[in-house]
Design a protein around this ligand. Structure first.
Ligand code: ATP
Ligand code: MG
Length: 161
């Protein structure tokens, strides 16, 4: 029987395919988020990496809107997690920057927020990356590329085409 979720790296014959995308402004990064959202399903976790201001939250804003969230996505840096109701799915948005600074992890937070009925986006995931690895379907890396330009690399870990 085919496993419900492929092991990381197995989605494309053992190779993780990297998709490179450039965005010229925040709206384009949000649109990339919407495009990603169309490929996600409940239970999926997306990791977002990149420097401060690289556009991680902007991408989640576009993804959440595409999933039907009407509330404006704001950075959960201090709350650690925000939840939004989408259209038939819920969205969890975590930002673990503060845990990273404290050198801590919080397994209760994962149990509470990364439930199987949400699509979850996790910024600054390092403190808990190992704990959630089996749920991760996509890793996004965003980089500043001068002024309003950003470079994104998408690494899909599960077949979501
Ligand atoms: N192409 C772009 N894509 C995304 N954001 C852009 C772009 N060009 C300019 N910006 C601006 O850069 C900022 C990105 O902020 P955002 O909160 O999305 O970053 P972040 O990666 O989540 O940062 P943090 O690590 O602090 O949470 C916003 O002010 C946004 O308007
Ligand atoms: Mg952010």
């Amino acid at each position: 029987m085919r496993p419900a979720r492929e092991a990381p790296g197995d989605a494309h014959g053992g190779e993780v395919r990297a998709e490179r995308r450039s965005t010229a402004d925040p709206d384009a990064t949000a649109a990339l988020g919407a495009e990603i959202a169309a490929r996600l399903r409940a239970g999926d976790v997306v990791l977002l990496r990149g420097d401060l201001g690289a556009g991680k939250t902007t991408l989640v804003r576009g993804a959440a809107a595409a999933l039907g969230a009407t509330a404006r996505v704001t950075s959960p840096t201090f709350a650690l997690a925000h939840r939004y109701d989408g259209d038939g799915v819920r969205i969890a948005h975590l930002d673990l920057y503060r845990l990273r600074a404290l050198g801590e992890e919080d397994e209760d937070l994962i149990a509470d927020e990364l439930t199987g009925d949400v699509v979850a986006f996790v910024e600054w995931p390092e403190p808990m990356a190992a704990l959630i690895a089996d749920r991760v379907v996509l890793e996004v890396e965003l980089e500043h590329a001068g002024d309003d330009a950003r470079e994104a690399v998408l690494r899909w870990k599960a077949d979501r085409t």
